[in-house]
Design a protein around this ligand. Structure first.
Ligand SMILES: [Zn+2]
Length: 322
């Protein structure tokens, strides 16, 4: 009986923390290896807004042009290796020092995920992961040059910002072949190292279709019960709120499916993601016409701003004191 009382007291505390989550305490949940993160409370932060407003449509356009020029990007191709080198160089040129390759077997050869880590100030062993696949069915400027370009844009914005939580940018390969790269990463890195992950935020095909009234779907994880599901929903609602505060993009809430967050979700992690609405019915979906000229660049720029705003909150970006 004593145990029961203690447990219900603990549960009350946990729900108290969910209800008024505005500090950085983490609470261990009983019976699982997961921790309930403090959920972000999204209110407009003018310092964050100044950073978000540095997002440049021109630069995004340039990045997408470069990505497109590499040609077709199937996993295992020479072109994809060249894209990999370009992504690595972009980070090292920005001054990132922890740029690692994670190799995994693919058919008779191997392919590479690219993992960039930036240490947090307060919780250096707890990670917010922002990921996007960089392989494609053909040239794939929308699917998934769009996700690739957002990571590179945020890498630039976050370079000189301290964050409370550690941040990992991960560019996955093998997504179009069945989430092979992300599955390998979870199996070979996350599980053996018992990696403490606050959130996985996946970006896949968010460039929109030219001439359409494009809408962004914020995707919550639904596979895990209890606290993980609750936290995933809360982060996803926070993401939609950040989109409203830091961009003009229209959002809807949907369910996560068929992209690189799924192996993490299967491992019990808290996930969220973004995907353009009607992505599968985009006339260029998985075709040779998936090109920059068929994307909605102003929409994509606003999506990038929404992502930047949300990530500043999710990582606990610290305001610089001058
Ligand atoms: Zn994709």
């Amino acid at each position: 009986m004593k145990t029961t009382i203690c447990n219900s007291l603990l549960l009350s505390f946990i729900f108290l923390f969910i209800g008024c989550a505005n500090d950085n305490t983490t609470v261990n949940t009983t019976g699982t290896d997961s921790e309930l993160p403090v959920l972000p409370v999204i209110t407009l932060n003018n310092y964050y807004a100044d950073i978000v407003n540095q997002v440049s449509q021109e630069e995004l356009n340039n990045t997408l042009q470069i990505y497109e020029l590499f040609g077709n990007k199937q996993t295992g191709s020479n072109q994809l290796e060249q894209v990999q080198a370009w992504i690595e160089n972009t980070y090292t040129d920005l001054g990132y020092t922890d740029v690692k390759i994670h190799s995994f077997p693919f058919e008779n050869t191997s392919s590479n995920n690219i993992v960039i880590t930036k240490k947090g100030t307060k919780f250096p062993d707890t990670y917010v992961i922002l990921d996007a696949h960089y392989d494609a069915v053909f040239k794939g400027t929308n699917d998934n040059g769009s996700g690739t370009a957002i990571l590179l844009e945020l890498a630039k914005l976050f370079k000189d910002i301290d964050t409370e939580y550690s941040l990992k940018f991960i560019h996955f390969s093998g997504e179009e072949n069945g989430l092979i790269g992300s599955n390998a990463y979870v199996t070979q890195e996350v599980i053996p190292n018992n990696m403490d992950i606050r959130l996985v935020f996946n970006i896949d095909q968010v460039g929109g279709a030219v001439g359409k009234n494009n809408v962004l779907v914020c995707e919550k994880g639904t596979a895990n019960p209890g606290i993980v599901k609750q936290a995933s929903e809360a982060f996803t609602l926070a993401l939609a709120e950040a989109a409203k505060l830091y961009s003009s993009v229209k959002t809807e809430i949907g369910n996560a499916e068929r992209s690189d967050y799924i192996p993490f979700e299967n491992n019990g992690e808290i996930i969220t993601g973004i995907y353009e609405k009607n992505g599968d019915s985009n006339p260029t979906y998985h075709l040779e016409t998936d090109l920059l000229e068929n994307m909605d660049l102003p929409f994509f720029t606003e999506v990038t701003k929404a992502t930047a705003g949300a990530m500043l909150h999710f990582t606990g970006a610290e305001e610089k004191v001058f």
